[in-house]
Design a protein around this ligand. Structure first.
Ligand code: HEM
Ligand code: MG
Length: 261
């Protein structure tokens, strides 16, 4: 006990209610004063204490360790993700971000999310069952495929484009969005074939909890940037609404267009 006392004291001085160095990774929802954001996985890692349970001051080291311990992400990948995330903290030369800083609309947070409402309609960061039901309507069958994930992404975008007069979705957003849409496969599924069990994904989104009690375990092979790029490209291809192979236009002569030719 005397050895632990300094850490606990420091925690009390900083107003922290949880001591991360002694964390058992049991799931607990955010308490009053804890920060959460628009990312279901960062919220989940906080709920398990893989990053700070209070969602505050997530340093590079915290992110790299949390993504390794929780999901077996390799450090190179996690460092890249941290580099992309640190702009969320508006301070110059910031060394950490907090989960609520991720909420800033059209910085990292964007329209047409799978499980959150557009900022125009209200809260852009709390899980929204109505929005998520719209998304999972496209996940037909017990195994979610790349095609189904792509369909849910495109459907959410079409819905936002049609009904949100402030809809914004840039090419940068597209890249982030593809990564987010494939993320459940990276965490819980088969990254090679880009498929994942629907029950695991629904449980994760709805509870912000790792689906351990459904039999999921952290993957044994580390996730790398290459893993993500392969899976992301599969989703990107699956978002096309025409059925021919890519590049078929350049590979054959087209007949005259019957309408405008
Ligand atoms: C969404 C940040 C890691 C899964 C988001 C969003 C942000 C974000 C800002 C909101 C985008 C939107 O408007 O929908 C981060 C940061 C990470 C991180 C800073 C680490 C440094 C991860 C990981 C996974 C993940 C490791 C899972 C493997 C997701 C998913 C969404 C999302 C599924 C989409 C949620 C939705 O569309 O409703 N993330 N994320 N994230 N993130 Fe993360
Ligand atoms: Mg959003």
């Amino acid at each position: 006990l005397p050895l632990l006392a300094p850490a606990l004291l420091v925690g009390q001085v900083l107003g922290q209610t949880h001591d991360i160095s002694r964390d058992d990774h049991a799931w607990a929802p955010a308490g009053p004063g804890d920060f959460r954001g628009p990312c279901p996985m960062m919220n989940t890692l906080a709920n398990h204490g893989f990053i700070q349970r209070d969602g505050r001051n997530i340093t590079r080291e915290n992110a790299v360790n949390g993504l390794r311990d929780g999901l077996n992400f390799n450090p190179t990948l996690s460092n890249i993700m941290f580099d992309q995330a640190i702009i969320a903290n508006p301070e110059p030369n910031a060394t950490y971000f907090t989960l609520d800083q991720l909420n800033k609309h059209n910085l990292l947070e964007h329209d047409a999310s799978l499980s959150r409402s557009d900022a125009y309609f209200g809260n852009n960061h709390v899980f929204n069952q109505t929005v998520f039901d719209e998304t999972r309507k496209w996940w037909q069958g017990p195994i979610i495929t790349a095609s189904m994930l792509a369909n849910s992404k495109v459907a959410r975008q079409l819905s936002s484009k049609a009904f949100n007069p402030t809809y914004v979705f840039t090419l940068v957003t597209e890249e982030f969005s593809l990564g987010e849409v494939v993320a459940p496969v990276i965490a819980f599924g088969d990254t090679e074939n880009v498929i994942v069990n629907r029950t695991l994904v629904e449980y994760f989104f709805e509870n912000e909890r790792l689906p351990t009690e459904l039999g999921w375990t952290r993957r044994e092979d580390a996730v790398s940037l290459e893993t993500i790029l392969h899976a992301t490209d599969t989703i990107r291809n699956a978002t096309r609404l025409y059925t021919e192979p890519i590049n078929s236009l350049s590979k054959r002569k087209l007949g005259r267009n019957p309408h405008f030719g």
